[in-house]
Unconditional design. Structure first.
Ligand SMILES: Nc1ncnc2c1ncn2[C@@H]1O[C@H](COP(=O)(O)OP(=O)(O)OP(=O)(O)O)[C@@H](O)[C@H]1O
Length: 608
């Protein structure tokens, strides 16, 4: 993976980043849901007060049983505790439900926001990032954003409030007694600080290993046929197991680090209770104090124990969520060039004349793929691009689609430089059938229907007929409702291609871009599709890339593309007469036919 998520996280998650991530979370999501959080907070307040009330009642419980036993006193205290427990139970329920609903909304909002942002990214964004990393940021990142907010709210609302109320109860009952216990509290919190840094590092490692694991397992599953065909099971097993072991190791390390806060708190908590028993026992036995206060403080302490423990671990737990939320924010902060240019005007409608003027382009610095590329594709004509593999033919189509932007020169449609218009409007002028047909899980009908929103059943069927797909679709038991499977896996290569052609026909755009669009068809289907294409071509600009010369001999213009330039162009006969590069290709491709100039029948590739 070229991305190196661990390195990026380490570099960007600076010391005060936790604070900034939290601040952003609160401003972006917390404020928006303030009503939900206020409700949850109110429930937590009730929880804290009822908990404090219980501790308070312990004094009366002990005194009314042991010191001044009265019938009504015992009843009063018992009913009081029951009433408080009902309030506490109801508040806990209310708080959980409210927090969960707000939390789920935050996850959904963030996922929508992140997904919309992904739609606005350029094609090149996806070329350098693994699907697993993007989906991890989308899933785990949104969950972490919710968990970070919830942790902060519950820590303040439930734990801190409970602690404050309980401490107040203890202080009111016996200030000295409370003091003895409270001295040890800050020590526990300070003790966990060292653990936080360690936990953050481990979290980062766990995330990075998790991304790698899901990336490699996704690849292996998707490439299972290749794995099996080349008996790569053992190689892949070793690879995947290594990553699983890494994740396991990080998880174990994390648990060890987190668990370190427990003995600290247990010990210090025990010391606090021991101190209270010593001091209070001495007071009750020798200073004549009532045991009620002692029990009340002890109960307050015991009840304070859990929230205090959680608060001491607060920072350690928060570290994980902050790192996750940071991953989501990183995704949201990346520029989304396609979304940003929505303000650019729409490309005006026109016949669809495509021109390239001295276009330079490279995917990598210092590696030019197109060099001074000049090219014209006229409306109503078919222009074919032929030439050796890697010459830059598909790149020409990518530039017309504005998947990439030239570094110099101009790509224009009807004389308008495409970079001056928003990409969506440029793409409404084009219908693309590329080498790798991509079908989405769903029915045949849906997949053809993606060509044009709101297309009628008749239009879909007409497009399928034109693409020579109707007959095989009707051969399926479920007809147009037949599921195509993941990436169209339940169809043959030729069937997938015909569905993609039907989709492009349905789009009915002025510029038709066919990149090896009929390569997977048998000769008979190809001849039929070619006939349909010829009908369509009369009213639009068609640009065809083909390795099989059979598909292009009738083109209005054939351009030979090699090393990012057009070497020669013209009609088949003209190029043959010129006896140049095209003539050579032709000779090589049809060498087995014996004589040059014979009608092409072979399917050899142009691989000179
Ligand atoms: N996304 C990409 N990132 C980096 N380099 C790329 C990318 N796509 C293509 N290239 C490189 O650009 C060059 C031209 O590729 P292109 O796909 O345009 O060639 P082509 O003529 O269509 O080849 P083919 O006939 O094999 O499909 C090749 O050297 C290829 O390695």
């Amino acid at each position: 993976m070229s991305f190196g998520p661990l390195e990026r996280l380490r570099a960007s998650l600076a010391k005060d980043e936790s604070f900034r991530v939290l601040q952003r979370l609160f401003l972006a999501d917390g404020v928006k849901h303030w009503k939900g959080y206020a409700t949850a907070f109110a429930f937590m307040g009730f929880m804290a007060l009822s908990t404090g009330g219980m501790a308070w009642l312990m004094r009366d419980a002990v005194n009314s049983i042991f010191v001044h036993p009265t019938f009504w006193g015992v009843w009063g205290v018992a009913l009081g505790v029951m009433a408080l427990s009902v309030i506490k139970g109801a508040s806990a329920y209310g708080q959980n439900i409210t927090m969960a609903r707000v939390g789920n909304r935050i996850v959904a909002d963030n996922q929508k926001k992140a997904f919309d942002h992904l739609l606005g990214q350029e094609v090149s964004f996806y070329a350098i990032r693994h699907t697993a990393e993007i989906s991890m940021r989308l899933q785990a990142g949104a969950n972490a954003a919710r968990d970070a907010l919830n942790l902060v709210i519950t820590s303040i609302g439930r734990d801190l409030l409970s602690l404050v109320v309980l401490v107040m109860v203890a202080v009111i009952q016996d200030p000295m007694l409370a003091l003895v216990a409270l001295v040890l509290m800050p020590a526990a919190v300070i003790g966990t600080r060292k653990l936080i840094k360690k936990a953050k590092n481990i979290f980062r490692k766990e995330f990075a290993s998790g991304i790698k694991l899901s990336a490699i397992s996704l690849e292996v599953i998707q490439g299972m046929r290749t794995v099996k065909a080349y008996t790569l099971e053992d190689t892949m097993r070793v690879r995947v197991h290594t990553y699983i072991d890494d994740v396991e190791r990080a998880a174990n390390k994390l648990v060890r680090t987190q668990a370190k806060s427990s003995p600290l708190m247990e010990t210090l908590g025990g010391f606090a209770i021991g101190g209270v028993i010593l001091y209070a026992g001495y007071n009750v036995m020798f200073a004549g104090k009532s045991p009620g206060e002692f029990f009340s403080v002890l109960t307050a302490l015991l009840l304070a124990y859990e929230p205090a423990k959680r608060l001491a671990r607060f920072n350690v737990d928060l570290a994980a969520h902050v790192i996750g939320a940071h991953m989501l924010f990183e995704l949201l902060d990346m520029r989304a060039p396609e979304a940003e240019e929505k303000t650019l005007p729409d490309l005006p409608a026109g016949p669809g004349r495509v021109t390239f003027d001295q276009v330079e382009f490279g995917y990598r610095d210092n590696e030019k793929v197109l060099r001074g590329f000049d090219f014209v594709a006229e409306p109503g004509q078919t222009t074919a691009l032929v030439g050796p593999s890697g010459g830059g033919k598909s790149t020409v189509i990518s530039l017309i689609e504005r998947f990439f932007t030239p570094s110099a020169g101009t790509v224009a449609i009807d004389g308008h430089d495409v970079t001056a218009f928003n990409r969506q409007s440029v793409r409404t002028h084009t219908a693309l059938v590329s080498q790798d047909v991509y079908l989405f899980s769903g029915s045949v009908r849906e997949n053809i229907g993606f060509g044009r929103e709101g297309a009628t059943e008749e239009e879909i069927v007409a497009a399928a007929k034109a693409a020579y797909a109707h007959d095989f679709i009707m051969g399926f038991e479920q007809g147009y409702d037949t599921p195509v499977g993941e990436h169209g896996a339940q169809l043959s290569g030729g069937q997938r291609q015909r569905i993609a052609i039907a989709r492009a026909f349905l789009k009915n755009a002025p510029i038709l871009l066919l990149d090896e669009a009929t390569a997977a068809l048998d000769s008979e289907s190809e001849a039929e599709v070619q006939k349909a294409l010829q009908k369509l071509q009369s009213s639009r600009t068609t640009i065809v890339i083909a390795h099989r010369l059979q598909t292009v001999v009738r083109a209005d213009k054939i351009c030979v593309v090699e090393q990012g330039r057009i070497l020669e162009s013209g009609r088949h006969d003209e190029l043959m007469a010129r006896r140049g590069r095209y003539y050579n290709f032709y000779q090589i491709q049809f060498a087995h036919e014996g004589e040059a100039g014979a009608e092409p029948q072979g399917e050899a590739l142009l691989s000179a």
